[in-house]
Design a protein around this ligand. Structure first.
Ligand SMILES: *Cc1c(COP(=O)(O)O)cnc(C)c1O
Ligand code: SF4
Length: 354
């Protein structure tokens, strides 16, 4: 089953699309509908033998498998250590309970005075625009998030924005989720219409993994709408490995760039996937070739079921020292850690003891 979209909740949201735009819109939605939704189907597509499959299939721990075809196409068939496969395939290690690894390590519930808004930082507020994603990443810190309680209708968005309108210092609205680009264009555009009514807001930031995992989502109608916005638009992609960027992803970035959208990337530092200087360096260079600047490198949070991906702050610092030695400064992401109760993400400097 495709998760319920706000489009289904709000069937009346309408925008006019020309036939070509309509075809583009159908195209990405179809791809989303064709996503793989079970470990077995995923492994079958990658040509694992029945015997290998028996060893590899693990319980989903209540967080279902989800990967769109365009993303699976970039995995190496038969490679159980493929860095893309490891991001989406449930593993037996998820079942191991570890003290300190909890369901809401960022205490987001505390900063959630009204449903659907996380207003922790000065001048910017995060709106949970969508209750679902186009991919389920096993390390996700929101894997235990009560999205269904946060399901938005247009009326609820209006209420959230009415609340945010009272903050005179608010300059930036961040659309996050779930994944805001998992919303259909008509629903997303209706939300943008509401945001653009707030006079103090200057910038719109969209945090999305879609340009990477389902690049056809970057339709011409989307680019046009964002280019025509009175707000300055920033898109923060989420890419963890250079292998995630193929020609289609690069072309999607090119379209966004041509629509005057500033492109940044955030990466989660993950054991077995990218906790390696060569991998991170290749990622930064590949991103830049696609006109994307590295922004944040997140140390993983203590999320229950993700301990096998964990990287210590010390390991992160050592990696940063190597990145800084080998890359121009503008290709070095900021290593950060999110701590509840702070007014900003905690910046972790490279280890200088060498
Ligand atoms: C990360 C984050 C932001 C954005 O922070 P920047 O440092 O501006 O990228 C805003 N709100 C919340 C809740 C966040 O977690
Ligand atoms: S796309 Fe982002 S929010 Fe969605 S599952 Fe992956 S990491 Fe989590």
């Amino acid at each position: 089953m495709i998760p319920e979209t706000v489009a289904q909740v709000e069937p009346h949201a309408q925008v006019m699309l020309n036939p070509e735009q309509d075809a583009e819109e159908q195209q990405w939605r179809q791809q989303l509908a064709q996503s793989v939704r079970s470990p077995k189907a995923l492994l079958q597509q990658l040509q694992f033998s029945d015997q290998q499959m028996q060893q590899l299939v693990a319980d989903e721990q209540g967080f279902n498998t989800l990967a769109p075809p365009a993303y699976i196409a970039r995995m190496q068939p038969g490679n159980a250590q493929d860095p893309l496969l490891l991001q989406v395939l449930p593993q037996a290690a998820e079942a191991i309970a570890t003290p300190d690894f909890i369901t809401d390590p960022l205490a987001e519930a505390q900063f959630n005075p009204i449903p659907g808004v996380v207003h922790k930082y000065h001048g910017r507020a995060l709106l949970i625009a969508a209750g679902h994603c186009a991919i389920n990443c096993r390390y996700c810190f929101r894997r235990h998030y009560p999205y269904n309680e946060q399901q938005r209708s247009r009326k609820q968005w209006q209420d959230s924005l009415k609340h945010l309108a009272k903050d005179p210092y608010l300059e930036e609205i961040i659309l996050s989720g779930g994944d805001p680009l998992a919303l259909t264009n008509p629903v997303l555009f209706a939300l943008l219409d509401e945001i653009e009514k707030l006079p103090q807001v200057k910038r719109l930031r969209i945090h999305s993994r879609l340009p990477v995992v389902l690049p056809d989502r970057i339709t011409s109608a989307l680019c046009q709408r964002l280019q025509n916005s009175p707000l300055q638009v920033i898109m923060v992609l989420h890419c963890n490995h250079g292998q995630e960027i193929d020609d289609a992803v690069e072309q999607a970035c090119q379209k966004l760039h041509q629509a005057d959208i500033s492109l940044l990337n955030q990466t989660v530092l993950l054991n077995h996937i990218n906790a390696d200087a060569d991998v991170l360096i290749a990622l930064s260079k590949r991103l830049f070739k696609a006109r994307v600047l590295p922004y944040y490198l997140h140390l993983p949070d203590h999320v229950a079921g993700t301990q096998h991906f964990f990287v210590s702050p010390r390991q992160g610092q050592d990696l940063m020292a190597e990145l800084q030695t080998r890359l121009p400064g503008y290709l070095v992401p900021r290593l950060v850690k999110e701590e509840p109760g702070r007014a900003y993400k905690t910046l972790i400097a490279a280890c200088t003891l060498s």
